[in-house]
Write a new protein. Structure first.
Length: 300
């Protein structure tokens, strides 16, 4: 079965080469070449020759570009990226292919969401390999959503990026992405998510130890009337006050409120473990010992 699939793939490759060359009196038939290359990739996959299959997809993409079938060209690079990641195990190759697929999808205009999705796929591959590159790839994905006015579709990608940054201890950058998420939510009039995002930004700043900036951000967010009337705004104000007062017990108590615990798990966990430098703690109350009765019994 494997050998027959390879022979089939090689036959398709020869047909593709012939179609792409043309003749003395004919131009290259790129549409036919692309179809043969696509078939060759499928045959190589059946034979489990994944690297050859990925290469065929790349060549098919180039052929589709020749006839301005850009969406199909992008899809070929996406297919090549999946093979490079899951079977060839060449992460750099997969990231390169996803990036190329993103560029092609984005050039379509109407495929901005797919373009962003490709960059997010590349970022996920990179998460355990290179933190800085991962952040750059996520930033590229989110920039596409923002620049193409598709921010409402990027909310979950923002949250995933912020969780990754918190996990890596990159709190300052997490704040930046959280503030960008707030701006996106405000732009699309998603007040519910905006209020939560604003509170999350305050929590990260306090965890980072910057109560001054947290206070400034709270004032900045307070320019939005909808936020100032929200429970999240009241909670943020109380957290900033408790932190400024150095009252650890009060801070922990506020962090256990539902307006915090119902935030993204990573944010709620961060709030719960935040410790105020030099914080004072209330002395535990010493309960009075119960009075013992009947130490002596009167004789009947």
């Amino acid at each position: 079965m494997e050998s027959s699939s390879i022979k089939l793939a090689q036959g398709f490759l020869k047909d593709a080469q012939k179609a792409s060359k043309g003749g003395w009196f004919s131009k290259p038939e790129w549409d036919i070449a692309a179809q043969y290359l696509d078939k060759a990739a499928t045959a190589f996959k059946a034979a489990r020759h994944f690297e050859e299959a990925a290469d065929c997809y790349v060549k098919a993409s180039d052929a589709y570009v020749q006839i301005n079938a850009v969406y199909l060209a992008a899809k070929c690079y996406e297919n090549a990226a999946v093979l490079a990641d899951t079977h060839v195990k060449d992460h750099d190759m997969a990231i390169t292919y996803y990036s190329r697929a993103s560029d092609l999808y984005r050039s379509q205009g109407a495929a901005a969401d797919k373009a962003a999705e490709m960059m997010e796929c590349a970022a996920k591959i990179c998460e355990d390999i290179d933190t800085n590159r991962t952040i750059q790839l996520y930033d590229s994905a989110l920039s596409i959503y923002e620049n193409e006015d598709r921010g409402r579709f990027g909310v979950e990608t923002f949250k995933r990026t912020i969780r990754y940054l918190l996990d890596k201890g990159r709190l300052s950058e997490a704040v930046d992405f959280q503030v960008r998420l707030s701006a996106v939510c405000e732009h699309v009039n998603n007040r519910f998510e905006m209020n939560k995002s604003n509170l999350s930004a305050i929590i990260i700043l306090l965890a980072f130890g910057d109560s001054v900036e947290a206070g400034k951000k709270l004032d900045e967010f307070g320019q939005d009337v909808a936020f100032t009337r929200s429970k999240e705004a009241a909670t943020a104000e109380r957290l900033v006050q408790a932190y400024s007062d150095g009252d650890q017990d009060e801070y922990v108590r506020i962090a256990s409120d539902q307006s915090v615990t119902f935030l993204d798990t990573a944010i709620a966990r961060l709030a719960a473990k935040t410790r105020i430098p030099g914080a004072r703690r209330q002395e535990p109350r010493v309960s009075e010992k119960p009075v013992a009765y009947g130490g002596e019994h009167n004789a009947a």
